[in-house]
Design a protein around this ligand. Structure first.
Ligand SMILES: Cc1cc2nc3c(=O)[nH]c(=O)nc-3n(C[C@H](O)[C@H](O)[C@H](O)COP(=O)(O)OP(=O)(O)OC[C@H]3O[C@@H](n4cnc5c(N)ncnc54)[C@H](O)[C@@H]3O)c2cc1C
Length: 294
């Protein structure tokens, strides 16, 4: 089923994973997916790697997740390190496996570099990939958006302009980059609506698991850690358990407040670990994640 159709009837719950480095990690990933099925996610997804083998691994993991878990799987696809023909063949594979939804992205610059350089005869922006997919396939299409603006964008207005272009070319809903201050999400949604973007904008939340990891992730993706939260992390920087609990409490508060403001769904960046997300969802039960919204 297309996720855009699910969104017409209910608030969605979704989990994002990444492709593990080794076989043990793969088995743990599937255990985690199996465990989280009890929360009845509307879809799950696995990020697309930066090159060759991890890109192929993502496709195989998506196919396995789709076949084994019975949950709707949204395929990720980026423009990184591939010709248009290679990208087209991944879309063909998703299609032939019965995967009906994709999120289409540009991809990040390679590690240590500031700018994204498209492959020879590759796509340069998510807009190109959305256009190509819409013209050649019948997928439900999602794209990314950035409450605090994409770090490479000239400014927030130009970023919004290109976000709108992704929607005009066929993106049926948007998922946000992670953020830790809900005001950033509300302000972004207001600006998006004023600019004429009328598709659902699903907030993406990432429970903090580790202080140095989240500092690295936020500095790469241009998200801000609010000062109060940052001070708490600083105080407990060497105590991973305390940091994990701070992450659970913060994400739970964010999710509760977002749901009270009637968001179209919540997308959790799970980082392949089940402890924090389980604690958060157990506390959210009864708060109507995953049930019909008003
Ligand atoms: C929900 C979500 C899932 C993600 N999944 C993955 C994943 O699986 N694998 C992965 O590698 N990365 C993933 N990312 C990260 C993403 O690839 C990076 O944020 C990347 O730097 C930008 O991707 P994009 O699709 O937003 O790019 P784009 O929409 O192409 O935007 C990139 C930059 O170019 C500008 N721009 C956009 N279109 C144009 C245009 N036509 N002309 C000129 N400028 C333009 C934008 O303002 C922005 O600054 C994900 C991000 C999110 C939020």
């Amino acid at each position: 089923m297309k996720i855009s159709d699910i969104l017409k009837n209910k608030r969605t719950l979704s989990f994002e994973f990444f492709p593990p480095r080794d076989e043990q990690g793969v088995e743990r990933l599937f255990e985690t997916i199996d465990h989280l099925k009890r929360y009845e996610p509307d879809f799950i997804d696995i990020t697309y790697g930066a090159g060759g083998s991890t890109q192929r691994l993502t496709v195989e993991l998506c196919v396995r997740a789709y076949r084994d878990s019975g949950v709707t799987v949204m395929g990720h696809l980026t423009c990184s390190a591939q010709t248009k023909e290679m990208v087209h063949s991944v879309l063909k594979r998703f299609e032939s496996e019965g995967i009906e939804n994709v999120i289409l992205l540009r991809g990040d610059p390679p590690q240590g570099e500031d700018t994204f350089v498209p492959a020879e005869d590759g796509f340069s922006h998510a807009t190109d990939l959305v256009q190509h997919t819409k013209e050649n396939f019948d997928f439900g299409i999602a794209a990314a958006c950035y409450p605090e603006a994409h770090p490479e964008s000239l400014d927030a207005d130009s970023d919004l302009y290109y976000t709108k272009m992704k929607v005009e070319q066929g993106a049926e809903f948007l998922i946000t980059q992670l953020f830790y201050d809900n005001e950033d999400y509300y302000a972004f949604v207001d600006r998006a609506r004023q600019s004429g973007i009328d598709v659902p904008i699903i907030p993406g939340l990432m429970p903090i698991l580790n202080a140095s990891q989240i500092r690295r992730i936020t500095s790469l993706c241009g998200a801000t850690i609010p000062a109060g939260l940052d001070r708490q992390l600083e105080r407990h920087a060497n105590d991973d358990r305390a940091v994990r609990q701070i992450g659970i409490d913060h994400t739970l508060r964010q999710a509760q407040e977002l749901m009270a403001s009637d968001v179209p769904g919540i997308h959790f960046y799970v980082l392949n670990r089940r402890y924090s997300i389980t604690k958060i969802l157990d506390n959210l039960q009864g708060s109507s994640v995953g049930v019909t919204s008003s």
